[in-house]
Write a protein that binds this ligand. Structure first.
Ligand code: FAD
Ligand code: NAG
Ligand code: NAG
Ligand code: NAG
Length: 531
């Protein structure tokens, strides 16, 4: 359509006026909200950050871990609140409900889709970064762990308390325990001890009415839902009570890489079926990228390299025997391995050098960040050699190192837990989780299209009906809740069944009972629906 100069300038004026009036009303809303907060919580002002405070940008960005959501046009919250007390959270919730403002809960800020700090409607961020208590009880080997702690902080505190205890949470030090446990949480000890959520025995939560509940007062259904049903649907988890797990005084670790020229295809093909059958004490995860190297016979000089990284809960001699017996194809050498404490091993899997001071786990901002999109699958059968070769070809379509494949073998303890014990359903018969990440720093549209085509390529090889996915790798391509009004069961099933299989129905029932007004919501939160 062609616009005359006058019509288009009128349009510009109209758009400008609309923007100004939107901004004015956002400011009004924010003022009314702040007034409510200050009235209800006299001590809250030092924890309130509006765009007018110089602290705002820093507080917002320090926990933005996907830079795809750090663009100038990414929607920003009206206010960020960093409470130090539960009563302040009660006020935050009360005032959000009173003024019809959405609230996003943020712990570590690692949501793949930025759900903890971005919303399409006016919103505030409840940032739990100041909730950092770690209360260890030696006799029961349990601890109350605040949601604002990161994995790294948790591991560091456990290390201070004992060199014979650990916890099976995730690899990266700056991921928050608030989010990771809410969606299950796997790490290098999953094959021995299951998910992080499998080791939670109590929790403190604030509901939409501001009540502070624990396992006993919320009841077993609700307590079931928060251990794997995904963050942001069932309340604000303040703190988890976890069962710490025994670890040996020294464990054995290695990271070795193999390229296609070093027989990666054969080695990885074998890995797929042996890794899920290793003794529980051994976990080897694999991460693949394409690189450019002179030793590649290809004309574009590309090859695939895969890093095999391993934790063995035992000594080196024993590990070498286990490797010889189960996976000689890797060609592991004694000098590839190191014996270290469990805490040092956690540092190593967080991408730090093996012998750095564990203090570094306390730094929330030191790890590199990129803009990215990720998606997950699970497999039940090994991908055949030909399928792997096609997968490498897909990787060569991207510039080197811009795509990452991550393989997390299952088996062990995961086989012993039933599909409905927690909302997280992928237990026995799963060979491994298969995660693909793509860097979107440049050519965002083309990179996203590449990821879509890779997803199509993988269809014959991965778990289907429903196509499986991990809720902690939240992916809005599967669909979203309606912005206004209700969302139907059929609509929400499109992602709900993929994350939770039949547990989705129970999650919906629980949601309907505990948050019928749908206060705790985001693009893929569990909707309340009367089934
Ligand atoms: C670099 C990186 C490494 C990762 N490594 C692992 C890994 O090793 N293992 C693994 O299992 N996963 C891993 N993940 C995925 C991770 O588990 C999820 O992204 C998880 O949701 C992050 O939790 P968070 O507190 O850091 O994120 P946030 O973005 O703060 O929260 C994630 C979701 O949970 C909600 N939420 C947060 N805190 C609370 C709370 N206290 N109560 C209720 N809801 C809450 C948020 O609203 C949001 O919807 C990784 C992700 C990234 C980006
Ligand atoms: C932000 O500014 C307001 C108004 O000046 C002030 O009351 C509040 O304490 C400031 N917040 C922080 C964290 O400094
Ligand atoms: C790769 O496999 C071939 C055939 O099995 C073998 O001869 C060769 O030594 C292997 N190469 C490496 C680097 O392991
Ligand atoms: C954390 O690491 C960053 C990046 O290296 C550094 O700038 C910052 O000072 C560190 N923070 C603390 C508290 O040590």
């Amino acid at each position: 359509m062609k616009l005359s100069a006058t019509t288009s300038s009128i349009c510009v004026v109209v758009v400008l006026l609309l923007t100004i009036s939107c901004e004015a009303s956002a400011e009004d809303l924010s003022d009314r909200y702040l007034e409510c907060l200050n009235r209800h919580s006299r001590d809250i002002s030092a924890s309130v950050h509006t765009p007018k405070n110089t602290t705002f940008a820093n507080i917002l960005l320090q926990s933005v871990n996907n830079l795809r959501f750090a663009k100038p046009d990414t929607p920003k919250p009206l206010v960020i609140i960093t409470p130090v007390r539960g009563s302040q959270i009660q006020s935050v919730i009360y005032c959000c409900r009173k003024h019809g403002i959405e609230m996003r809960i943020r712990s570590g800020g690692h949501s793949f889709e930025g759900l903890s700090y971005v919303s399409p409607v006016p919103f505030v961020v409840l940032d739990l970064v100041e909730f950092k208590k770690f209360d260890f009880e030696a006799k029961s080997k349990t601890a109350w762990v605040d949601s604002g702690l990161t994995n790294g902080e948790l591991y560091y505190r456990i290390g201070e308390a004992s060199d014979r205890l650990g916890f099976p949470s995730g690899l990266w030090g700056n991921v928050g325990v608030g989010g990771i446990i809410s969606g299950g949480g796997y790490g290098m000890m999953m094959r021995k001890y299951g998910l992080a959520a499998d080791n939670v025995i109590d929790a403190r939560l604030i509901d939409a009415n501001g009540r502070i509940l624990d396992r006993k007062s919320m009841g077993e259904d609700w307590f079931w839902a928060i251990r794997g049903g995904g963050g942001g649907s069932f309340g604000v988890v303040l703190s988890w009570k976890v069962k710490l797990v025994p670890v040996p005084k020294t464990v054995t670790v290695f990271k070795v890489t193999r390229s296609v020229e070093q027989n990666l295809t054969t080695i990885f093909h074998r890995y797929q079926s042996v890794a899920p059958k290793f003794p529980k004490e051994l976990d080897i995860r694999a991460t693949g990228q394409s690189i450019v190297t002179n030793s590649s016979p290809r004309s574009d000089k590309k090859t695939m390299v895969m890093r095999f990284e391993s934790l063995y809960l035992g000594g080196l001699d024993r590990m070498l025997l286990v490797m010889q017996q189960h996976f000689p194809e890797l060609g592991l050498l004694r000098e590839d391995c190191s014996e270290v404490s469990w805490l040092q091993a956690m540092l190593y899997f967080s991408e730090f050098d093996l012998h750095m001071s564990p203090q570094i786990l306390l730094n929330r901002t030191i790890l590199p960040r990129t803009p990215f999109k990720g998606r997950s699958d699970y497999t039940q059968v090994p991908i055949p050699v030909q399928g792997l070769e096609g997968l490498w070809e897909m990787m060569y379509k991207l510039p080197p190192r811009k795509g990452t494949l991550q393989f997390t073998p299952y088996g062990g303890r995961m086989d012993e837990i039933s599909e409905s014990a927690l909302p997280f359903p992928y237990r026995s018969r799963t060979l491994y989780k298969f995660n693909v990440l793509v860097d979107t720093e440049t050519d965002e549209e083309a990179r996203l299209e590449w990821l879509r085509s890779l997803a199509r390529y993988l269809t014959p090889y991965v778990t289907k009906n429903p196509r499986s996915a991990y809720v902690n790798y939240v992916n809005l391509w599967m669909g979203t809740n309606n912005l206004k009004g209700t969302t139907s069961y059929e609509q929400a099933s499109r992602w709900g069944k993929r994350y939770f299989k039949n547990n989705f129905d129970r999650l919906v029932q629980i949601k309907s009972a505990v948050d019928p007004d749908n206060f705790f919501r985001h693009e893929q939160s569990i909707p309340p629906i009367t089934l």
